[in-house]
Design a binder for this molecule. Structure first.
Ligand SMILES: Nc1ncnc2c1ncn2[C@@H]1O[C@H](COP(=O)(O)OP(=O)(O)OP(=O)(O)O)[C@@H](O)[C@H]1O
Ligand SMILES: [Mg+2]
Length: 138
């Protein structure tokens, strides 16, 4: 299939990121089109995770911009990225201790949950559908 078939959804232009003297990303540009699956490959320390962290707003690049569905972001925020439909998994699994499996999974649905704090605290109304079991002990 031709790369030119879908419209560009995500466009990164001239992104550079450094941590002090360490240049993690230097002038990186690429785009992702509709229905396209793209991969980032490279040796340890090449900057793959840093690239994903820039797309998700966890890291803020010193240079460059991210264009998502035509919207320009020089600084992406994690909540803006999530609201815009960007999701990700992490290289190192970090679970919330003291929360059971379902509640850990439900944290990934946070944006979709329509109940408020009171409803969730009392498992009432929309909050009752939030989980099915009590938090695990130990
Ligand atoms: N938070 C940070 N603070 C300082 N340096 C960092 C930070 N995150 C990444 N780096 C540095 O940026 C460079 C790129 O790291 P990154 O983790 O993005 O590489 P990677 O391609 O994901 O590697 P791996 O294959 O080991 O996961 C490395 O030199 C790393 O030490
Ligand atoms: Mg990595």
């Amino acid at each position: 299939m031709s790369r030119q078939s879908g419209e560009v959804i995500l466009d990164l232009k001239n992104v550079s990121l450094s941590f002090g003297g360490v240049k993690a990303l230097t002038d990186i540009s690429f785009d992702v089109r509709e229905h396209e699956i793209r991969a980032i490959i490279g040796p340890n320390g090449a900057g793959k995770s840093s690239m994903l962290n820039v797309i998700n707003g966890v890291y803020r690049p010193q240079e460059g911009e991210i264009i998502l569905r035509g919207q320009h972001f020089s600084r992406m925020n994690p909540y803006k990225a999530a609201r815009a439909g960007i999701s990700r998994t992490f290289q190192n699994i970090a679970l919330f201790k003291g929360m059971n499996v379902i509640d850990n999974l439900m944290t990934g649905r946070n944006l979709k949950i329509r109940s408020n704090l009171i409803q969730q605290a009392f498992w009432w109304g929309a909050g009752a559908a939030r989980g099915t079991s009590a938090p695990c002990q130990g």
